[in-house]
Write a protein that binds this ligand. Structure first.
Ligand SMILES: Cc1ncc(COP(=O)(O)O)c(C=O)c1O
Length: 366
């Protein structure tokens, strides 16, 4: 996150609900004197998210952040301690949080390539990867790239056919996340479309998975003080839930502002050969706008020279980080291409038409 200097355009300029907007929620916390541990505001946020997704509130679990939430939902499939951990198949084209969560849960990331068009794992890629895996795959983590929708029906079929647990890391996917029968994790980080500062929600396949997940984010406790599984403390606080509720009140306006900015980029980039993700803007919104084309690296350098910040959000892929050098992987040509040709462009709720003009003009120089 960055602050704005004169003329400088940061890649990301988060704008969370202000103090006056938060005040009614904060007063409720003062009144309850209930500050964390599944308090009333966290409960309300979970119910409103369940409403939006048209699922039973008993399936939605609020958590401290998406990394901890992913860890909690992977823990039942992992093995901590001695012996080789089972594999969690995942794309290398993701943020390192996906792989860190697997390791923390007692799984070893097994990196596969993504489909070059959708930038995601597909059930066919996963079937081939499972067949080629050096040892059994206990879970597949499907990652929504920068908030794009995931093929829930296809992944449900994959899960039914193989018996392998499918977990959807839709960290940036607040606008596209669907309920389905899969476990889905959405981040409410300050940089996401619906921000709580830090926070996340998990949509579980059913109530019994939700109970298991609650245990995993609450010291192994649920309904008693007996701790019977390895667990963490990954609960959302009432203060973060307050920010999440205030942001949710603003969601229609927030969504419209993101759409206006993304559509503005699309109009200005028109026939330039610079590709935004399919449907982004008109069909779904994100707070992380990325563009792909062979001139991306040169454009990033040009933009930097004009005080316009860009970011390679997912770098060269997870496998390229030293932390995951020990993890098995398949050939990753589509990941390498995306890593070379993709940059994150500046996007914020209040980015101006003039700023987008300035950015598009530099992009089109290439
Ligand atoms: C794909 C992906 N997974 C997980 C996370 C982690 O989310 P959080 O910051 O809520 O822990 C991120 C964060 O950007 C992400 O992009």
């Amino acid at each position: 996150m960055s602050s704005t200097g004169a003329g400088r355009i940061p890649v990301c300029r988060p704008l969370l609900p202000d103090a006056d907007t938060l005040l009614p929620y904060l007063r409720r916390i003062d009144g309850h004197r209930w500050y964390t541990n599944f308090g009333p505001l966290a409960g309300e946020l979970g119910r409103r998210i369940a409403d939006r997704l048209q699922v039973s509130p008993s399936r939605v679990v609020m958590a401290a952040n998406a990394t901890a939430a992913l860890t909690a939902v992977m823990m039942p499939h992992g093995r901590l301690g001695d012996g080789q951990p089972p594999l969690a198949l995942m794309p290398s084209w993701t943020f390192v949080a996906t792989a860190h969560a697997a390791e923390t849960a007692g799984l070893m990331p097994f990196f596969a390539d993504v489909d070059p068009a959708s930038w995601q794992l597909t059930p066919d890629i996963a079937r081939a990867a499972v067949a080629a895996a050096p040892r059994p795959v206990a879970a597949v983590v499907v990652v929504s790239p920068f908030g794009a929708a995931v093929d829930l029906a296809g992944w449900e079929r994959f899960g039914d056919e193989t018996g392998i647990a499918v977990i959807v890391d839709a960290a940036a996917g607040f606008d596209t996340a669907g309920a389905g029968r899969l476990t889905t994790v959405v981040s409410l980080h300050a940089t996401k479309a619906l921000p709580a500062g830090e926070g996340a929600f998990i949509v579980c396949p059913d109530e019994s998975h939700a109970s298991e997940t609650i245990r995993r984010i609450n010291f192994g406790f649920h309904g008693s003080r007996d701790s019977n599984v390895v667990a963490g403390n990954s609960k959302i606080s009432e203060y973060h839930a307050a920010v999440g509720l205030a942001a949710l009140d603003q969601w229609p306006a927030r969504r419209q502002a993101y759409r206006r900015a993304i559509d503005g980029y699309r109009e200005r980039l028109g026939d330039s050969g610079i590709c935004l993700q399919d449907g982004v803007g008109a069909e779904w919104v994100t707070a992380t706008l990325v563009a792909t084309w062979p001139g991306a690296a040169a454009a990033a350098a040009r933009l930097a020279g004009r005080q316009i910040e860009t970011r390679a959000w997912w770098g060269n892929g997870c496998h390229a980080h030293a932390a995951f050098a020990h993890c098995p992987r398949l050939p990753l040509p589509a990941t390498a291409r995306l890593a070379a040709d993709t940059i994150g462009l500046p996007l914020s709720l209040d980015i101006t038409a003039e700023e987008i003009d300035r950015i598009a003009a530099v992009l089109r120089e290439g």
